[in-house]
Write a protein that binds this ligand. Sequence first.
Ligand code: OOG
Length: 256
Amino acid sequence: MTAASAFAAALDQAQRTVSPISQLAGDAPIGLDRAYATQHALIARRLGRGERAVGVKLGFTSRAKAVQMGVDDVIIGTLTDAMRIEDGGVFDPSRAIHARVEPELAFLLGAELDASAAGDPMAAVAGVAPALELIDSRFRDFRFSLDDVVADNASAAGFVIGPWTSPAALGDGLDNRAVTLEFDGRQTAIGSTGAILGDPRRALTAAARLAAAHGFALRAGTVLLAGAATAAVPVPARGLVEASVTGLGRVSVRIG
Ligand code: OOG
């Protein structure tokens, strides 16, 4: 049986050399536990090179994404400081195999988010922001099983966070706000925050459950990407990609 460390080495090499690889175990699934062990080993390699873990991301919290990729379980991955791009900054698509972009919502934890804690998970949230996520599967043709994509750190490649709004200033709920994705001012995708588990606050509960089950920490200061509100769109060769969420503002990244 191939060890998680060997899978991690292959995924790490694929990312660093921008060369896609075959799915990890073909038709024989590697199993969710070994998939998360692989992801942790992959992140350990990155932390060993000096990166810092700064957050987590959820995948497949929306139907649009689950249908697009043919999987239907929510998954969790790790964000490092090296993946962060400042709002309005640049993403170089030549560093990715076949990058796609998704409009999202981000949470900033002001306190530890604990799966066993009762009550409103928003109590642990210090800020909410519009976000863009760049994903890039290390697997050929962007095709994978659930275990593969877990091992591949949920396809994480980059993320951009817009302006934070404090929960006290949010006003209306978070469950029905329009989300748009624009390329050079042209609308490319439109969705609703309600696409994220019916209400993105449920992403907090899901993250707490997955973190407890699979060995992730959700401490104060953690950024949490709640998952895409629309299907992912291939990044253009160059140009400006922007997302907006009603009442939360805009966030952008320049491709090129
Ligand atoms: C996996 C990542 C999914 C989301 O927001 O659902 C994801 C992928 O589709 O490659 O980030």
